[in-house]
Design a protein around this ligand. Sequence first.
Ligand SMILES: [Zn+2]
Length: 373
Amino acid sequence: MMTEAQKARYARHLLLPGFGEDAQLKLLRSKVLLIGAGGLGSPSALYLAAAGVGHLTIIDHDTVDESNLQRQILHRSHDVGQPKVESARRELLALNPELQITLHQVPFTQDNALSLVEEHDLVIDGSDNFTTRFLSNDACFFARVPLVYGSIFQFEGQLTMFDYRDESPCYRCLVPAVPDDGAVPNCLEAGVIGTLPGIIGSMQAMEAIKYLAGVGTPPVGKMLYYSALDTSFREISIQKDPACPLCSDSPKITSLKEEKTESCALDTAPSITCDELISLMQTEDIFLLDVREPAEFAQHRLPGSQLLPLSTLKNQIPELPRDRPIYVHCKAGLRSLKAINLLKEQGYSRLINISDGIDGLSSEINRANMSDE
Ligand SMILES: [Zn+2]
């Protein structure tokens, strides 16, 4: 039963259709692990504490740096030099003194990942590097604990949730292995607009609250892309990869093992829609790469596109222009994103994803531009 004080504090939740006391009690009894008290972790933690999540565990080994204050809103100017978990504790308990909080001022590693994950109902990944992303994905997969994934880069953010049931994709279905160091920029070199982690981190908290309270539909099987510069949200469906090294029927990864890299978690890519591509092609001479299979290419294709199937791309170093942007498309935007990650590993950097693939071509433009052969 909820106390009178709790009823007063969570009154606006109790008024929500389909939420009510049952959902609030579920939140109050839930236990969330938050990896990282930085840009994504700050808004996530604040909203989880405010919403009445009963127990929050935060793991972060870092101390507050002056350059964090532009976006990591759990920390204050006078916290510079102090452990992030300490400012997190102070701010979160000031917001909600009922919150039970456990802090670990250590790195999230293969030695502690699984035991930590297993003790929680849900994990939020607020990290900023590939090593932790893979480790959190793998640990959550082995423990079958759902993971809310968020990532940010410069002006773009991504959000999805992995729930690790049979039909659900995992992070390695999208990015099978840790990219080589240097293939993608280090976070320290990349820059990020301060409000962006606020938006994506709040969305991570939203999905956690929905899942724990048992309301709504989780974003499992779809990746949401947010572009701050053109104020757009796009989503692509993500599917389980039958060849996934982790969650397929014949996995290569059968135990938790950390893969170290300095690379930033940059599995996003600048993207435009297929219709935007077509209008761009009216004014610019662009290099367009089609990564579908030859049979699909033979059926219909975009004018001037060059074929290099994703299946072949994995085993060769393609000779593509390095002095101009490469626009990459497939059927619906997923294979092209995988191709972009492979090309990044080969040192290509100016890569633009066609987020909705050739399927996104509107029928009007379709008739005017497609070559059907
Ligand atoms: Zn997988």
